[in-house]
Design a protein around this ligand. Structure first.
Ligand code: HEM
Length: 224
């Protein structure tokens, strides 16, 4: 069954769509969890401790996300190379039917997001970027995620990196969601314009949510 999916380009697109949807699901859940920072240390430190207390279940979830990312990236590169081979450059007139900046740059926005996620894992999961404020313990003996995040986003260059990454996320999800809906066959003449609008709207809501965290911290509006 899996081998069949791998063998034809429709199957490969379905794998891209399913893993893309799974990762959008993660990005939505992660944002909702991150909003607990607005409740102060009692919000995000408790939330992070609850996640850690899941133990093996947390590792199952992490491996699931890692596997989805690995498939999504591998098949994304594969499909891009396949499309490039199928479309020789030497057209007399290059048609740009219904293509947008987001759709034309999916491979680049995807690879930039991968770079961001590597940086982000070093920053907040492995905590090696600002170790002096990232490995503290709060008064209740929990990892002090609140201090780690707020101290990071008081640094202007860090905020700039996150804002740039969120702009990239906007273009990737803005086209990706529309594209996956099409791949799983939910598009028809009626729904096409609807998803055409819903996709950038979803990306915008996500990005504004994520951006609110570093911005409100930078402007001193998140207090412990
Ligand atoms: C303002 C934006 C963000 C903040 C404040 C934030 C915060 C965090 C924190 C605090 C952790 C560590 C959790 C812990 O170990 O207790 C984390 C992990 C992670 N974040 Fe983010 N994040 C942001 C944006 C993103 C985005 C946009 C993505 C994906 C594109 C992402 C993907 C991840 C992943 C994959 C992990 C690892 C999860 C794990 O260790 O189980 N984050 N983030």
């Amino acid at each position: 069954m899996f081998a069949k999916l791998f063998k034809n380009s429709v199957g490969r697109k379905l794998i891209m769509a399913a893993t893309g949807l799974g990762m959008i699901g993660f990005v939505v859940m992660h944002l909702l969890g991150n909003f607990s920072i607005f409740l102060g240390p009692e919000g995000i430190n408790v939330y992070a401790a609850r996640l850690q207390s899941l133990g093996p279940l947390l590792w199952v979830a992490r491996l699931g996300i890692l596997a989805m990312a690995a498939f999504h990236i591998t098949f994304g590169i594969w499909l891009t190379l396949e499309n490039r081979r199928a479309k020789p450059e030497a057209y007399a007139v290059r048609k740009r039917q219904a293509s947008t900046f987001g759709s034309e740059t999916m491979i680049y926005s995807g690879l930039l997001l991968l770079t961001f996620v590597v940086f982000h894992l070093l920053h907040f999961t492995l905590r090696v970027i600002f170790p002096e404020t990232s490995n503290l313990i709060d008064s209740a003996g929990r990892a002090d995620v609140f201090t780690m995040v707020t101290e990071s986003f008081r640094k202007f260059p860090v905020v700039v990196i996150y804002l740039a990454a969120m702009a990239v996320l906007f273009f990737h999800v803005g086209h990706g969601f529309k594209s996956l809906v099409q791949t799983i066959g939910l598009n028809n003449d009626k729904t096409l314009p609807l998803f055409g609008k819903a996709s950038p709207l979803l990306a915008l809501v996500l990005v504004l949510g994520y951006i609110s965290i570093p911005m409100l911290i930078l402007f001193g509006l998140v207090k412990g």
